[in-house]
Design a protein around this ligand. Structure first.
Ligand SMILES: [Fe+2]
Length: 627
């Protein structure tokens, strides 16, 4: 009589049943037309916000599933849904807006999603998550301002090409950051459609920023729902969130970066908003409350305070240039991203409205921020819809609101390390690393004899760590881990030899299973169990029941929280089912240690005396359960 081992694995799933009201008439599919789908940032890296337009005011949602589980456009039964909220659009937009927040995303996962309702889903789109800790890159785009050239199709083509070029070169970029002015004319939906034409905006999260061309209507808010948004009157240029304007300030944390986005259209209290004082208070409050949750702080707003072209000397820019810098320095802001002037500039490190280090050389490739040093970057046009030529400094001084010349480079404004206008599309890439930010301005169209992808400017910013020394240790992500089992050693036949007739009543045989090695390196520390059973012992036409086999499991090598299963008597002893039904060999509870264990079992076979002579064999089927 012999026993040998085979294996199978079982994955436990949970099936859910949708219960509907019996007898209810079949529901007609919602006829809503769905459009303008855009993926936006959520409150942190585990979230995304999807926003879209609907022709009907119906109940809708976002459906989400791992992309690997979606086949032929069919979402699995276990797909998640996230209910949408929304409201009626303004009359000139028509229809309704919807948005839903996707939560609970996992690292390193490709997801498929679609919007709508059962029977009327949009096409499916995909996005991916990456590591939720550590280094990452994001891309920053200035003023697409679709329609600014007077030719929407041209502007759309340039914008789409910049998205394609930048994401082909940086497919793992994690965020697309807006410099504001998505469109030329706030409520012109044809321009919004052109802005949204590229599927890249459904694959990578867009961090919306409101520009002066977006502010004059509700279309910006209808199209681009943002997380943690404060829609107080203070952050609306006219002080009235209910009016036909868009606005609001918001923040979110992506990995180790706190992003704060301001509606810089609201700067004059005379127009009804809270002005710059409200923004200063907002930035101060957000950083005081959440700054410790991130290593980096990045501010984004539309109206550049340090730039070099048509808007460099604007009166409102001069006001902000006095109102903002000291607070940003005091709060340890690392990087400020701006738009509006359709020119690329990179500032010197600015502290309290002055050049932090008078010796910083123009165009330096590496800068070291002392206390309060802040880098300000203005992006050029990402679509090519409009460029502004660089203007000349004047004699209004080299600090604060002044637009005087840089003593080290008199063609430039005092605050700018680099000024560049090639009348060619570009974008800014920011590499966020352990102890540096690398900021690059990159051509998305050929210019100045340089190809697409060539670098206009490249600077590494080293942050200030105070007077003390900081010590950092990087704890890598543990391997996702696996649970599994193998036969420990050679999977030889478990030969129980020749049974011995005992007391004239039964035959007895004994042995041991080949030990089972269980390994569990999962971070989830989820419970597991190994069980086994045997079928009938068979020799040709002859057989006897597997229930006559019993066992006594034991822990040969402790680990992974393993506990040996209970003894099971031969059915000969207790008229029980022995190992003919599944019996536990070993298990571990939730929260157990990671590692491995070796499980063994003594086998105890007692066969009734009337069983015919033969050479019987059965199969021990081992089943692993884990969740
Ligand atoms: Fe602008």
């Amino acid at each position: 009589m012999r026993t040998h081992l085979t294996r199978n694995g079982v994955i436990l799933g949970v099936a859910t049943l949708a219960v509907g009201a019996l007898g209810a008439p079949a529901q007609a599919a919602d006829p809503a037309t769905l459009s303008a789908v855009i993926l936006g940032v959520g409150a942190n890296e585990t979230q995304r916000i999807v926003t879209w337009y609907s022709s009907a005011d119906s109940t809708q949602s976002v459906q989400l599933a791992p992309a690997a589980s979606v086949t032929g456009g069919e979402f699995p039964a276990g797909a998640q849904t996230f209910a949408a909220l929304g409201s009626a659009n303004i009359a000139s937009s028509g229809g309704f807006n919807r948005h839903a927040t996707i939560t609970g995303l996992a690292e390193h996962t490709s997801y498929s999603y679609r919007v709508g309702s059962e029977g009327n889903w949009s096409p499916a789109y995909t996005f991916k998550t990456q590591d939720f800790e550590g280094d990452y890159d994001f891309l920053f785009y200035g003023d697409p301002q679709i329609g600014a050239s007077g030719n929407v199709a041209n502007d759309q083509a340039g914008w789409t090409d910049t998205l394609n070029v930048s994401l082909a070169a940086n497919p793992d970029a994690e965020l697309l950051v807006s410099g504001g002015d998505q469109v030329e004319t706030a409520n012109t939906e044809a321009q919004w459609n052109a802005f949204l034409a590229s599927d890249k905006l459904r694959q990578y999260p867009w961090m919306a920023t409101i520009g002066n061309h977006d502010v004059g209507g509700k279309a910006y808010e209808q199209h681009l729902y943002t997380p943690n948004t404060d829609r107080s009157g203070s952050y609306y240029s006219n002080g009235n969130p209910a009016s036909n304007t868009s606005g609001g300030n918001y923040w979110y944390i992506h990995k180790d970066t706190l992003f704060i986005d301001l509606n810089s259209n609201s700067y004059a209290t005379s127009q009804g908003g809270g002005g710059d004082a409200a923004h200063v208070k907002y930035v101060t409050d957000v950083i005081n409350q959440h700054g410790a949750e991130a290593k980096w702080t990045v501010l984004v707003y539309h109206h550049a305070i340090y730039s070099a072209a048509a808007h460099a000397k604007d009166s409102d820019a001069k006001v902000r240039r006095v109102d903002f810098p000291k607070t940003f320095s005091d709060l340890g802001v690392d990087l400020v991203l701006q738009g509006h002037d359709h020119v690329y500039t990179r500032s010197y490190l600015i502290k309290n409205g002055q050049k932090a280090n008078p010796d910083e050389k123009p165009g330096a490739s590496e800068v070291f921020a002392g206390p309060g040093g802040v880098l300000y970057v203005t992006s050029n046009s990402a679509s090519g819809s409009k460029y502004y030529d660089i203007t000349n400094p004047d004699n209004t001084g080299t600090s604060g609101a002044g637009n005087g010349a840089d003593p080290l480079n008199p063609d430039n404004y005092w605050y700018n390390s680099v000024q560049n206008q090639e009348r060619a599309r570009s974008y800014v890439k920011v590499q966020v690393r352990n102890d540096k930010l690398v900021v690059q301005n990159i051509r998305s169209a050929a210019a100045a004899g340089q190809p697409v992808g060539s670098i206009v400017d490249d600077v590494t910013v080293r942050p200030y760590h105070g007077d003390n020394q900081q010590i950092q240790v990087n704890v890598p992500t543990a391997a996702p881990g696996e649970f599994g089992w193998t036969i420990d050693g050679h999977n030889g036949l478990v030969d129980l030899g020749t049974a011995v007739e005992t007391a004239g009543e039964y035959f007895a045989a004994a042995g041991k299973i080949n030990p089972i090695k269980v390994s569990d390196s999962r971070r989830s520390l989820s419970p597991w169990a190994i069980s086994a059973s045997v079928g009938d012992f068979v020799d040709g036409e002859k057989k006897f029941a597997g229930s006559y086999l019993g066992w006594g499991p034991y822990l040969a090598t402790a680990g992974a929280g393993a506990v040996a299963g209970a003894d099971v008597a031969s059915g000969y002893d207790d008229d029980g089912k022995g190992l003919s039904v599944s019996r536990g060999l070993g298990h571990a509870e939730q929260g157990h240690a990671r590692g491995s264990a070796v499980l063994g079992a003594d086998l105890d076979l007692k066969i009734p005396g009337e069983v015919e002579k033969g050479n019987y064999r059965t199969t021990l089927t081992i089943t692993a359960l884990s969740s």
